[in-house]
Write a protein that binds this ligand. Structure first.
Ligand SMILES: Cc1cc2nc3c(=O)[nH]c(=O)nc-3n(C[C@H](O)[C@H](O)[C@H](O)COP(=O)(O)OP(=O)(O)OC[C@H]3O[C@@H](n4cnc5c(N)ncnc54)[C@H](O)[C@@H]3O)c2cc1C
Length: 399
């Protein structure tokens, strides 16, 4: 496997060693838990316990400004941190909170950053995202959840869907229509909503990989004006920043949670091929399997290179505005490659991959679990939509 990690300095090597030592102490032997495709109470508890320990070290907000509960460390250090977590493996970061942190750093007021980033940094407050509605997914500008002003408050009515692990969250960033007469993109605002506010109800949506998204209903939900993010009716640029254009423009981009799962799975499949014999020979020596593994590595390396490319343009300050060769291309490739990657892993491990327990089980069924999760690749916008974004916004092609 090609491996040219950009940490060839004594300081960065020491940082990597520090992260490894922490993992060995806190999750000896590693732990598999993906917050959106796993739903065991015990898994949640252990995962949160792990991330609170990470938070106590200040590593969740590693690259955030010190003023806002961060450590102000470098992007490359964050990269190393996440890569080590993937390799160990450590449980996935709980819920969308990390994405909300970038969102708040970019669009939140000074007071909102001071107030809300602390809970994300120490993993005591979990955040969900309320974008999607039953009739507004890709075409998010058609959303119909409404918010109207009432004195110093806003009152929200409507329904969000697909809220990843929202049942575990205390807060949600909710996008609502605040001007029904404006053009679709121009009348939307974002509100920070505590999920214990009267008028909120949640129903589970169990996904086929065993995790839980949620329907969230808002009936006359009252939130103070101070919870509005940015200016009223101006949330489309916030959505654009988050979902379509470039959600990675903070120095600190690292393999995101999906790449992280892929890296971890690839490592497991390699180990499996080294340790498993078929026809008297280790699988790793089978020419067909070698070809399959090469394809997986190649796809993963593309993702990694795209991440490095984005990382370097951001760190070198060349990514003013939208960077077509960075975030979006990376997202397209990942989303399209993920189900294929998972299918090839299944093919390599074979039919016994489907068994979770007992002596015949291979890797405790984790590869098949990963395979089922790979169809959740439209979270955050589908590959088709990302392609359209790349074509129109990035390359200036007509619609
Ligand atoms: C695991 C998972 C977690 C999620 N978590 C959250 C969350 O926490 N919060 C949240 O708000 N949402 C969440 N979502 C929702 C996600 O953002 C939407 O599923 C996504 O935006 C697509 O919307 P849709 O499902 O309504 O599909 P649709 O928009 O109905 O699309 C259906 C198909 O049509 C294609 N299509 C649609 N429009 C076009 C077009 N103009 N050109 C070409 N093709 C098109 C799409 O690519 C897709 O293949 C999650 C989804 C999943 C699967």
């Amino acid at each position: 496997m090609i491996d040219f990690l950009p940490d060839d300095t004594p300081e960065l090597r020491a940082w990597r060693a520090e992260v490894r030592a922490f993992l060995a102490e806190v999750v000896p032997g590693g732990m598999h838990f993906d917050y959106d495709f796993d739903e065991s109470p015990e898994g949640w508890e252990k995962s949160l316990d792990f991330w609170r320990k990470v938070g106590a070290k200040g590593w969740i907000g590693l690259t955030w400004p010190k003023e806002y509960h961060g450590l102000g460390r470098s992007a490359i250090e964050r990269w190393i941190l996440w890569e080590e977590f993937a390799n160990w493996p450590a449980p996935g970061f709980p819920v969308i909170g990390h994405a909300v942190s970038w969102f708040l750093l970019r669009h939140g007021s000074h007071e909102q950053k001071l107030r809300h980033l602390k809970g994300i940094a120490d993993c005591t407050i979990l955040w969900g995202e309320g974008y999607t509605e039953p009739s507004s997914g890709s075409d998010l500008a058609s959303l119909t959840t409404r918010a109207h002003r009432d004195g110093d408050d806003w009152i929200i009515n409507g329904q969000k869907t697909f809220g990843t692990a929202a049942h575990q969250c205390q807060w949600m960033a909710v996008f609502a229509r605040t001007d029904p007469n404006a053009r679709p993109h121009e009348g939307i605002s974002c509100f920070l909503v505590p999920l214990d506010t009267p008028g909120i109800q949640m129903l589970p949506m169990h996904n086929m990989a065993g995790g839980q998204q949620n329907q969230t209903f808002f009936e006359n939900v009252r939130v103070p004006h101070a919870n509005l993010v940015g200016d009223v009716n101006q949330a489309w640029s916030q959505i654009w920043f988050h979902q379509g254009g470039q959600n990675l423009d903070q120095p600190g981009h690292a393999p995101d949670v999906m790449e992280y799962r892929m890296l971890r799975t690839l490592k497991e499949v390699f180990t499996f091929c080294r340790e498993t014999k078929r026809g008297g020979k280790p699988l790793i020596e089978d020419p067909v399997v070698r070809l399959q593994l090469a394809e997986l590595v190649e796809g993963m390396e593309i993702i990694k290179l795209q991440s490095f490319e984005l990382h370097s343009t951001l760190v070198n300050g060349t990514a003013e505005g939208w960077n077509p060769l960075g975030g979006v291309f990376n997202q397209i490739h990942y989303r399209e490659f993920w189900p294929h990657f998972a299918q090839v892993c299944m093919d390599i491990v074979g039919p016994l991959a489907q068994i979770e327990g007992g002596r015949w089980a291979q890797l405790q069924g984790r590869i098949e679990h990963y395979f089922r999760g790979s169809f959740g690749n439209h979270a955050g916008g589908t590959a088709q939509l990302k392609r359209m974004t790349a074509a129109t916004r990035g390359l200036g092609l007509p619609r």
